[in-house]
Design a protein around this ligand. Structure first.
Ligand SMILES: [Zn+2]
Length: 607
């Protein structure tokens, strides 16, 4: 096996350039030292926010200046530490700024409550002032919060108890990440390997069915042993969210979760109803997978089995080819956009290759005062090229938003966060499809997209439905118990996946290992992001006049509420036709796979 290179062995052009943030470590230190001075300036406004609109605007400016500086320091420290997680000087720097940021957060926690303590009429009056125009949306958001605020002493108690509310999540994390040990599993060569969260998917992607099955059983068997503990932790978390929603007078926990982004409940319901109405497509996909794998009945451990073995030579896509494919795929987004993508490569915003100690996975990150950096571990597979396209989607979204918006309105809300990345994946898909004369590649692309539908759309919709059920149970005052959770979960799995999957008893416990159930109605946003991207992709392909609207959307940051920003480009996640393009595409993908399967010699190469 090839050894992983040291960072010093990687060529400069494949590493990111953090110098736009700080030219050297001394510059970072200097900025760090200035934090206290910036804080002091902000603190001068304490107790005076009601004096005038101009003064409040200045307080906002001072608050932003402090946040902006802290974020810049933190971004550099994070990125530096991710280059080599074992480097102790980097870790110490990160620790320094993290501790400082927590301290700053405590010191500045008076700001929003002091605004909210002003009479509503006064706030509404101040919003009209031109000096507060950049902060009008924040003030309106705060006023929406006000409806659900309690009295000051009550808020103080809840604030002090906030740690307690999150402790079930802490218990889950410690149990899941530190205490849980899985038995060893034999790989395809018969060698015993310790099963970990990190390598589990690799086992599931094995061509060897026994390997997949034993990893699946070892994983879920362990969770089964601890089922009551996991149920108690989840129950504690859900109980906290339900209590919080009741105290704050929301009709239910779901309404409380959707409130901050002002997302109507109909959006959440639409995810479940529309997905349910299209379960036949997932069933068809499962039947197809079963036929391709030549199995009488599939198990849940067969869902990631490769449909087409990939020889290593096929997955050695040079970085330059990856760059070329990704750049060509976004040409439809116009010259400015393509130019932005070029800059990401030429200005070295991307840390591309794996090195010893580097953080795993991929992300796009940065702050208002930095380029939108990308960290990835490019290993030349087709999957990696899609990761590059995905992360570039995030980075270009940040770039455009930072360019157009002030610091204050540049953030991209979570609800909209996965749209640009998904659009870019679809564009890359389309590019490969148009240019691939290789049937194997075409077939791989179709299978990849079908998997995406299963994992992003159907699986996350199923999770959302499970979440809805457990909150309803808790809302009615009943505790969540392991048996009931398993029963509900396996019922959903059976309904979603259909007859091709044999009743896999072990899948019933899968809920126990999903961290997202601690995030309070989060995963439905993956589904809406995916469906919105499908709609945008279809519009981009069919209507050239749509492009400027999409670019405006990418530049809009948090200048308006997420539903309003989507409405401006004609996308309504609460309406019936929101999922139209997505399900039509899935149907088309399945038809493509069926056609190849029936008529082509690809299948003979599958076995
Ligand atoms: Zn993403």
């Amino acid at each position: 096996m090839k050894e992983c290179p040291r960072r010093s062995e990687i060529s400069e052009e494949m590493k990111w350039d953090l110098s736009p943030l700080y030219a050297d470590l001394a510059a970072w230190d200097k900025d760090f030292k200035s934090l206290d001075r910036v804080l002091e300036h902000f603190m001068l406004f304490k107790g005076r926010l009601g004096e005038s609109a101009d003064l409040l605007a200045k307080a906002f400016d001072a608050s932003d200046a402090l946040d902006r500086l802290a974020e810049k320091l933190e971004t550099f420290a994070h990125h530096k530490s991710d280059e080599d997680c074992a480097n102790s000087a980097n870790l110490a720097r990160l620790e320094r700024i993290s501790t400082k940021s927590a301290e700053l957060e405590g010191m500045t926690a008076w700001f929003f409550p002091e605004i909210l303590a002003l009479p509503e009429a006064r706030i509404l009056d101040m919003i009209k002032s031109p000096s507060l125009a950049p902060y009008a949306k924040t003030l309106k958001d705060l006023l929406r919060e006000k409806e659900h605020m309690l009295s000051e002493p009550e808020e103080r108690i809840l604030g002090l108890a906030s740690d307690l509310f999150s402790s079930p999540h802490g218990i889950f994390s410690v149990l899941n990440d530190a205490d849980l040990r899985f038995s060893a599993v034999r790989d395809a060569d018969g060698a015993e390997k310790e099963l970990t969260h990190g390598n589990y998917i690799k086992f599931l992607e094995s061509e060897n069915r026994e390997v997949r099955k034993s990893a699946f059983l070892a994983m879920h068997g362990k969770y089964s042993e601890l089922r009551n503990t996991f149920a108690a932790a989840l129950d504690g978390m859900v109980k906290g969210y339900v209590l919080n929603s009741k105290l704050r007078k929301y009709p239910k926990a779901l309404s409380a979760a959707l409130h901050s982004e002002d997302i109507p409940i109909e959006v959440f319901d639409n995810v479940i109803v529309s997905t349910r109405n299209n379960l036949h497509l997932l069933h068809r996909c499962m039947n197809l997978r079963q036929s391709l794998l030549k199995l009488d009945k599939m198990g849940y451990f067969d869902l990631r089995a490769p449909l087409l073995p990939i020889p290593a030579a096929e997955d050695s896509i040079a970085w330059d080819s990856a760059r070329m494919a990704v750049s060509a795929s976004v040409e439809i987004l116009g010259g400015d956009y393509v130019e932005g993508v070029s800059r990401a490569f030429d200005m070295r915003w991307i840390d591309a290759l794996e090195n010893r100690g580097k953080r795993s996975g991929a992300y796009s990150g940065g702050c208002y005062d930095s380029p939108p950096y990308i960290l990835m571990n490019y290993a030349a597979s087709l999957e990696d090229v899609f990761t590059l396209a995905h992360e570039l989607g995030h980075s270009m979204n940040s770039l455009l938003s930072n360019r157009k918006q002030t610091y204050h309105s540049s953030d991209i809300s979570i609800f909209l966060g996965e749209i640009a990345s998904n659009v870019n994946e679809l564009l890359l898909h389309d590019y490969y499809e148009r240019n691939a004369d290789d049937k194997r590649l075409r077939f791989r692309l179709l299978c990849k997209l079908a998997d995406e539908f299963r994992c992003v759309l159907y699986r996350q919709a199923m999770f959302s439905e499970f979440e809805k059920e457990i909150y309803e149970i808790r809302d009615s005052g009943e505790p969540l118990q392991a048996d009931m959770l398993c029963e509900n979960y396996s019922k959903l799995c059976a309904e979603y996946h259909g007859d091709a999957l044999k009743d896999g008893g072990e899948i019933a416990i899968e809920w126990a290992r999903i961290p997202h159930f601690y995030y309070n109605f989060y995963v439905f946003k993956y589904v809406t992001g995916f469906a919105a991207a499908m709609k945008i992709f279809a519009r981009l392909k069919s209507d050239p006049s749509f492009l400027p609207r999409y670019l405006d959307f990418l530049s809009a940051g948090s200048s308006d509420l997420p539903m309003n920003l989507l409405g401006k480009i004609g996308i309504y996640p609460d309406k019936d036709d929101f999922f139209k393009e997505a399900f039509e595409k899935f149907d088309e993908v399945l038809t493509g796979i069926e056609k190849d399967f029936n008529s082509d010699n690809i299948v003979s190469r599958v076995s």
